[in-house]
Design a protein around this ligand. Structure first.
Ligand code: ADE
Length: 254
């Protein structure tokens, strides 16, 4: 676990995990706006399962804005050729700026996030930080990306979900919003359970089992049937450590 500087209660310095639990208790609902030229791509991910529950319970509001509504001329143009030549279109300044201006008139955003392969690599600690915010605005890129002046003027953070190129930022936005939404207090049944996910302690999760105790000759590890909670916790920690060492030693180096 990496203790972060910052919040202190009394003499005690809180770890990132403890900070989340402490903040979470006071957190009200979160609002997320997403600007996209393909809003249909974003409907399904937020209409099912945990993301739906989060919205039904009023803990999360996700609003998708169709950039085409801000497009120029009778063709509602949102992209144009790049200056200097080269393949691929660039998302124009005016539609994006007008859309963002309308949104920032309504509320103050803690972060305006552009999803792009050249952004900071997304990881659990960023999800944790973002889950503590009130209002987030995501911009999904398409084609060759967005005009640099929008990045300079409005964007406060740039995120990549991995070293590969998607055809647009929508799937990346869905990944990021899902990972934030499940951290909001009250969204998961057991408020603490997101904190035992892989990566929360810079460790991968240990193996898990359910019934039957014996399946095609493979038995559940004896310790898990023992009822000895401290011993089970020790076993889980050892397993998590061994799995991290074997699969992601880079996580242990930090
Ligand atoms: N848009 C295209 N590829 C992306 C990626 N890897 N991460 C975030 N946004 C993207």
């Amino acid at each position: 676990m990496v203790p972060l500087g910052g919040l202190e209660i009394g003499q005690q310095k809180l770890s990132e995990k403890e900070k989340m639990v402490s903040f979470a208790k006071n957190k009200s609902s979160m609002r997320i706006d997403i600007i996209s030229v393909m809003p249909e791509l974003l409907h399904s991910p937020f209409e099912h399962s945990i993301m739906k529950r989060a919205q039904d319970k009023g803990l999360l509001e996700v609003v998708v804005h169709n950039l085409r509504d801000y497009g120029l001329g009778k063709h509602k143009q949102v992209d144009d050729y790049q200056f200097g030549g080269g393949a691929g279109m660039v998302m124009m300044c005016e539609p994006l700026a007008n859309c963002i201006d309308d949104l920032i008139k309504e509320r103050t955003y803690d972060e305006i996030i552009f999803l792009t392969p050249d952004g900071e690599r997304y990881r659990q600690s960023i999800a944790n930080q973002l889950s503590l915010k009130d209002n987030l605005l995501f911009i999904c890129g398409h084609y060759k990306g967005i005009d640099e002046r929008i990045r300079e003027q409005y964007v406060t953070r740039e995120i990549s979900i991995g070293d590969y190129v998607l055809s647009g930022g929508e799937l990346a936005a869905a990944v990021v919003v899902d990972s934030i939404g499940r951290l909001l207090p009250g969204v998961l049944g057991d408020e603490q359970s997101a904190l035992t996910d892989s990566f929360q302690d810079d460790l991968l999760a240990p193996p898990v089992y359910t019934r039957p105790a014996s399946f095609r000759g493979q038995d559940v590890p004896e310790i898990l049937l023992s009822g000895n909670t401290p011993k089970i916790e020790d076993w889980r920690y050892e397993q998590a450590l061994a799995r991290t060492q074997a699969r992601r030693p880079d996580l242990l180096e930090g």
